[in-house]
Design a binder for this molecule. Sequence first.
Ligand SMILES: [Zn+2]
Length: 656
Amino acid sequence: MRILPLLLLAALPAFGERQAAPARPLMPLYDAAGLKQACDTAIANARRHAKLMEQKKSPTGVFNEWNQLQIGIEDVLNPVYLLGEVHPDKTVRDAAEPCLTQFVSLSTELFQNEKIYKRVEAAKPANPHQAKLRKDLLEGFEDNGVTLPAEKRARVKAIFDKLEELRQAFDRDIRDDPTRVTFTPAEMEGMPEAYLKAHEKARDKDGNYVLTLAYPSYFPFLANAKSGEARKRYYVAKLREGGEKNLAILADIYALRKELADLYGLPSFADYALRRRMVGNPQTVDRFLASVKDAVTDLEKKELGELTAEKAKDLGTPLGETRLERWDTSYYQERVRKARYSVDQEALRKYFPSGKAVDYVLLVSQRLYGVTFREAKVPVWNPDVRYFDVLDAKTGQFLSGFYLDLYPREGKYNHAAEFGLRGASLVARRTPSAALVANLDPKGLDHEELETLMHEFGHVMHAVLSRTDYQPHSGNAKQDFIEAPSKMYEEWARREGPLALFKEVCADCPQLTHEQIRQMEAARRYGQGIRYARQWLYSVFDMELSKNPRPPLVVWKELESATPQGHVEGTMLPASFSHIASSYAAGYYGYMWAEVLALDMLSAFHGNLMDPAVGRRYRDTILSQGSQEEEIDMVRKFLGREPSSEAFFAEITGKR
Ligand SMILES: [Zn+2]
């Protein structure tokens, strides 16, 4: 996931002044009072800057002025957004919320500014990057209502303000969900030694294990705990995360989005959102999703059949009377993977100790993209957060920096995501920075966690290798392309070429053999039908609400009930589906859409994923360009041909 608080926004050093790029711009670490003050100052400065922009009649200079405006805003907004999700002190997290609300309000206000709009409209672009910026800005102005009558324009602003308030409440309900699930020592049967040891401090006075809903506790439990009853309890608790309150919030969110579309005379929010995406319209998404469904339906049935047989064998029940419940899927998948491919996810943690796995990702990225990462001790928001400078390997030039915040803790953002901190701007001599936030097992990673780390690091590279003229284009892309660099990078956690480099970062770790890597890949492919059927379901759910909003749980139940495993009464997945409460609305399909391009782009490596020449070309044509060119043109340039969906359909049907 990639998080850019406000896609087209930015703030300010004095108007028109050229700033010298500081050697290593670090992120400000506010306390609650400092945060509020920085927020108020940045917003007041932005308004002042906008006033000056308004007063100029001539369009000359408007692109650079807008760039400076956005830079001044993001310098405060982006750190505040991140701190609101990760700061260990709840008072700081809480202080972030009203600040973000003010920034959203400011953003709409700027994009509704008719005088600035007129100047952008009248501006004659001096080069293609300015032309793209002009186009993006005009769309941004229109999407914020500048061309609507005053009354409707005011309503657009009120809707955006409310949507931000609801998004915050939704995330807060997940982040601060107090749910704990208690298991007796007997119910821990099947759990690996390392897991039990890691959860020793989670035991109560009676010796029971009191577990949170965090990934490193939940996922291994579902995959390993022998007791179906215990797995069910955990599954239902996890799928109630966020609670009833969030269902109501989600309903309000989609209703407001529908109203937004109405103001524009568009049939639905899907139409409103998708006209700015690669797909262009809802019909293209519907067709794409239908072809995904066609491709995976039979495979999903076959896989579920095999897992049901495995369960029947395990419990000694007649096959005809055995039902594979949702809390059984990952447990029996894990058993089949162990039996068929001798791949034991828990055992893999010895191969990928967390610190070494990070070293691996860093090593691979440095070699591939011709960059050097240099760790530096800098002030951070929590002691285990690390910071790195990024330098060009050849010239030694300082390019950017990034933070890594990888392990779970109380009150922290509960998914994995990359957060943009600073955008690049060559015209402002500004270097980018970003933060990777995840919830990995601090002891060692299983294969999926290694893929997650690689995925998010793909976003980080997109952000910090950006060399765009203007800040709004930095590390940015249409929402259905933004996952392409990260989906693509997952492959570096799978192939022997790069994985062979693991011994360079850990001579003492057990080394995966050629045969093990082959088996690990086969094990990963086992389950593609189930995995993509689920991705399809999430995407269709999001599209349904975006086209025609109804109560989210009602729609979810209908859709999930129509799947082979059905709906589990009492669960409410939409309550924790934070993607669709924020910028991935009418956009969850984008994961698969971007994967089409990601897997196609892989073909340029011709099997040698560590080819530095292709890595460099990818850095230059895709990563460094952000959104200053059209995505489809960049992909064509990189591939030297039209893109194709062949590799994607081979992947999801397990045939690649
Ligand atoms: Zn992502």
